[in-house]
Write a protein that binds this ligand. Structure first.
Ligand code: MV4
Length: 506
């Protein structure tokens, strides 16, 4: 049991965690780097301690310094948030060694999922589908990789055993490119992770990135909270997420199979706390385990919005040794949620980071709108950390309503002083293919452009007509479903949506 929590993070997620602690009656300790002494998480916490210079290596990644603050402040637990030390098994172990409760999974589970080759093998052992690829735990020699590539068949993907999140990945389309690709990948893996081990997978093209949120307590119970659609990304940086996924939509059987696979993945490493299992999903609804993120994720609020579960509070309760407050049967998805990541970057200039003082920050409010942010008017955006200014999360009774609400909220959002990607989101939410859910992970990079200066601030009559049709369609589907399920005792689906098997031809 603990009553004081150190938050080993900064920005919006530190504020989010402090809020959960406060609602649970826990005292909070913030840590901050030199450039963050005026940051919101510092003001929000009961106590705050400096931990070093701006570069993360010297502050938010400094394990010794953070443990020293924990001791000095009398904190009894540590929440790592995301990024920084969140998936560092040594940090989780160091907390344990110091008698601090790490609000997250065990060091063993972090390490098992952090080694992507080991994770792949574990998944195969428990029957979670993985992409066809290499199966050896050994450090494969170049000739072995080459032979394996021919066996698997091109195109293939070279990945680093210690990689993840898209780091150190390389696509190889032709056998003759293999030798040099292996060379480069090995060098990259060695310098980025200090681990040269590589493995191969068949390249799955035109896939979606769908992930499943799980919660597991210390009593052997694991549940899933449904999926999130994360395909709207650029260079492995997610830009917009939704729950549920338009591709899963009303297919409860598919959702249940994804959920069951995620639970099996977590149980394979005796996972305790909140975690996310990432899947690649092809157009035939085949799904493949990619990796497990052993932390709270940036996009957790969309799942909170459709399930009503406060995932951060649940993390804390689990870490306090409490049983899960929900069984799988308690989890019902209601409505639709979308999160837009508001970044300090210029979408008209190749998403170049934008730094400087926020001269004015006026986030949207009103029904169905949540803004998680770590900034305020007058605060400085520095180049030292990730560019996330805020997460704008909206909820609607179905996808069309959520989209319309997001458009309203984006139009209300006023930020002066730094450039933001709000125009990107406005343009995305006016794209036909996005509106009808016809997109995969290549969408932003291959089918989207910020060029041609048609301004989309106002809902044009044409777009209003498209949206009206979509809303009407969603309502008609909903009504039809209610009629179909009348008398069966089954809950009607609240988020009917269209699935167009033929869209890829467009
Ligand atoms: C893949 C893949 C296609 N085939 N693996 C990117 C993040 C990391 N978790 C794994 N990733 C991918 N692995 C095979 N065998 C495509 C991706 C991928 C991707 C995955 C999720 C979200 C966005 C992505 C963008 C490009 C590639």
């Amino acid at each position: 049991m603990f009553s004081k929590v150190l938050i080993a993070n900064r920005g919006e997620i530190a504020v989010r965690i402090i809020r959960a602690c406060k609602e649970l009656g826990l005292r909070t300790v913030a840590v901050y780097s030199d450039v963050d002494r005026m940051a919101l998480h510092v003001r929000y916490a009961d106590e705050a301690y400096p931990i070093g210079p701006a570069p993360a290596r010297e502050s938010y990644l400094n394990i010794e310094k953070i443990l020293e603050v924990a001791k000095k402040s009398g904190a009894e637990a540590v929440h790592p948030g995301y990024g920084f030390l969140a998936e560092n098994a040594e940090f989780a172990q160091a907390c344990r060694d110091e008698g601090l409760v790490f609000i997250g999974p065990s060091p063993e589970a972090i390490a098992a999922m952090g080694d992507k080759v080991q994770a792949r093998r574990l998944m195969q052992q428990v029957g979670v589908p993985v992409v066809p690829g290499t199966d050896s735990q050994e450090d494969l020699r170049d000739e072995e990789l080459l032979a394996a590539a021919h066996r698997i068949g091109f195109p293939i993907m070279i990945k680093a055993a210690a990689g993840g999140g898209g780091k150190g990945m390389r696509i190889v389309r032709r056998p003759e490119e293999m030798a040099s690709a292996i060379q480069l990948a090995r060098q990259e893996a060695q310098s980025a992770f200090g681990d040269p081990r590589l493995y191969l997978e068949k390249l799955i093209e035109q896939a979606r990135h769908i992930e499943v949120q799980i919660l597991a307590d210390g009593f052997g119970r694991t549940i899933h909270l449904g999926e999130r659609e994360c395909s709207i990304q650029r260079r492995h940086q997610k830009l917009l997420e939704e729950a549920p996924s338009p591709f899963v939509g009303e297919d409860e059987d598919f959702r249940q199979r994804l959920g069951a696979a995620a639970i099996r993945a977590a149980q394979a490493v005796d996972y305790v706390n909140a975690g996310t299992v990432e899947f690649l999903v092809d157009r035939e609804k085949n799904f493949y385990f990619l990796e497990m993120n052993t932390r709270i994720q940036v996009e957790h609020p969309v799942t909170e919005a459709v399930t009503g579960v406060d995932i951060v509070k649940e993390q804390i309760r689990i870490a306090r040794g409490r049983p899960l407050r929900y069984t799988q049967g308690d989890i019902h998805l209601k409505g639709w949620a979308i999160e837009a990541r508001i970044n300090a970057e210029d979408p008209y200039n190749n998403f170049l980071p934008s730094i400087g003082r926020i001269l004015y920050h006026s986030p949207p409010t009103g029904p169905g709108v949540r803004v998680d942010t770590g900034v305020y008017t007058g605060m400085e955006i520095t180049p030292y950390y990730d560019p996330l200014i805020a997460k704008l999360i909206v909820w609607g009774e179905n996808r069309a309503h959520a989209v319309l609400r997001m458009r309203r909220a984006l139009a209300e959002y006023k930020i002066l002083g730094v450039k933001t990607n709000i125009p990107f989101h406005q343009r995305l939410l006016a794209q036909y293919r996005f509106l009808v859910g016809q997109f995969d992970t290549r969408f932003v990079e291959e089918r989207f452009s910020m060029e041609d200066e048609a301004e989309l601030q106002e809902l044009s009559p044409e777009m209003a007509a498209v949206m009206a049709t979509l809303v009407a369609h969603a309502q008609a589907q909903q009504a039809a479903q209610m009629i179909r399920t009348a008398g069966t005792g089954r809950r009607p689906s609240l988020w009917k949506w269209t699935y167009h098997p033929g869209w890829r031809r467009g």
